[in-house]
Design a protein around this ligand. Structure first.
Ligand code: BGC
Length: 438
């Protein structure tokens, strides 16, 4: 989400060494599936009717900042088999999706075994089709009862999350090898730093209405409140969850995913650029040192001025939000993360918001060609997952943005692959013909 996260926050209330010993790192990390080529989605954005979640509440309060409600989304709760078939049709061997805490534990301590079984069946079916499931435990949304207890500012949330993580991995058992604990827990602090700490003016009203809607005196969601507290609770949630996962399912490879854009300072922007690195990246790079991989999510470049982002003048591609979506950002971020962590790198999201599918193909081709050069140079990249499989619910922006390789009819939910799905398949085949790692 990167630059646009600023909007989402406002709207959603919206790096040293060269390239040592890479071949061994890659070989070990990529086991057992080889290079992972896939797409990524998130539960709230595609499943539909996630009524026990905090975002559902936020979408329905009088002062909502969401353009529209998530509603039925892509009806993937019912149509997940069609989604897997599309992954397969794209010639892909990996699919990242998230499991929804609010469905698994709609009330504190009340576990839905049916929901757990639902997700287990998706994993079993994916494996049967030769698709490696990559499961995210938390992709922005939480049960409304978590928000009503102070959300991610409440240290107890870290313990609740670790308990939930243990429960999920026990249920998924041998069907899953790859687990992302949290999606982009560095995002809110990035936005807060970029906003120079200025509060979002609508926030008190939104917090009060959401708390009232659930009969609580508090409300804390992932993107709201004290971003530094949220960051610290997320970091401890990740560490506790990693321990719980390793003890329940030692074979699973665990990591977190980070929102990272290629930042570079304009004259006078050096201090702000450094603050982003120090506050929103280094603590997470540090946490990732004990992980099996680090999830990298990149969409944009960010030119940082003294008071926030400036418009770049050398963008090769711009997205529908007028952000700099130059393909070079992916390689730059992968380089940064490698220097900072020396962990196996999994590109868990990368894509572009554009109604122009030909532009999506150009963006993908150039980005993958850069990524291939990085891997040839020895960087330990183990997989690439394109965001997204489907045109989906883009948070506070509703259904207008188009990130998908597949279009979805808003009423019939009919999926129509765009030319980019076939182009992605052809690009992978071409890379496989030219690179042994691919
Ligand atoms: C988020 C996705 C979002 C995408 C595009 C990523 O940062 O993980 O949920 O849809 O950005 O904005």
């Amino acid at each position: 989400m990167n630059c646009a996260r600023r909007e989402l926050l406002a709207a959603a209330g919206a790096i040293a060494a060269g390239v040592g010993a890479p071949a061994a790192a890659r070989k070990a990390a990529a086991s057992p599936s080889g290079f992972l080529w896939g797409t990524a989605t998130a539960a709230h954005q595609i499943e539909g009717n996630n009524v026990s979640s905090d975002f559902w509440v936020l979408e329905h309060i009088p002062s909502t900042y969401f353009k529209e409600s998530s509603g039925d989304a892509c009806d993937s709760w019912n149509r997940w088999r069609e989604d897997l078939a599309l992954v397969k049709a794209g010639g892909l061997n990996a699919y990242r999706f998230s499991v929804e805490w609010a469905r698994i534990e709609p009330e504190r301590g009340e576990i839905s075994f049916a929901a757990l079984d639902h997700y287990r069946r998706i994993c079993v079916a994916a494996r049967g089709m030769g698709i490696e499931p990559v499961v995210t435990l938390h992709h922005f949304t939480s049960p409304r009862w978590i928000a009503a207890r102070g959300g991610w500012e409440n240290p107890e949330t870290a313990e609740d999350f670790a308990r939930y993580a243990g429960l999920v991995v026990k249920a998924l058992g041998g069907t899953v090898n790859w687990i992302c604990t949290m999606n982009e827990p560095n995002g809110q602090v990035t936005s807060k730093v970029m906003a120079l700490g200025k509060p979002w003016e609508k926030e008190p009203e939104v917090l009060a209405q959401a708390a009232k809607a659930v009969g609580s005196d508090r409300w804390g969601a992932y993107f709201l409140g004290d971003s530094f507290k949220v960051r610290d609770v997320c970091l401890s949630a990740h560490v506790l969850a990693r321990t719980a996962i390793k003890s329940a399912a030692p074979h699973m490879k665990v990591g977190l995913t980070l929102a990272l854009q290629e930042n570079f300072p304009a004259p006078g922007g050096e201090a702000l650029d450094k603050r982003i690195r120090d506050e929103a990246r280094l603590p997470f790079y540090e946490a990732a040192r004990k992980d099996d991989f680090i999830g990298v999510q990149t969409y944009n470049r960010g030119l940082i001025g003294p008071n926030g982002y400036l418009r770049t003048t050398d963008a090769v591609i711009r997205d529908a939000w007028d952000r700099d979506a130059s393909p070079r950002a992916l390689r730059a971020v992968v380089d940064e993360v490698h220097r900072a962590t020396d962990r196996p790198i999994f590109v868990t999201e990368h894509g572009i918001n554009t109604p122009d599918d030909a532009l999506r193909v150009r963006h993908l081709r150039a980005s993958l060609s850069d990524l291939a050069t990085a891997i040839d140079a020895g960087l330990p990249v183990i997989g690439y997952l394109h965001w997204s499989l489907l045109d989906n619910f883009e948070w506070s922006h509703g259904y207008v943005p188009k990130f998908g390789l597949v279009a979805v009819d808003r009423k019939t939910f009919r999926r129509t692959p765009k030319p980019s799905l076939a182009a992605y398949r052809a690009l992978i085949a071409d890379l496989r013909a030219r690179h042994r790692w691919a």
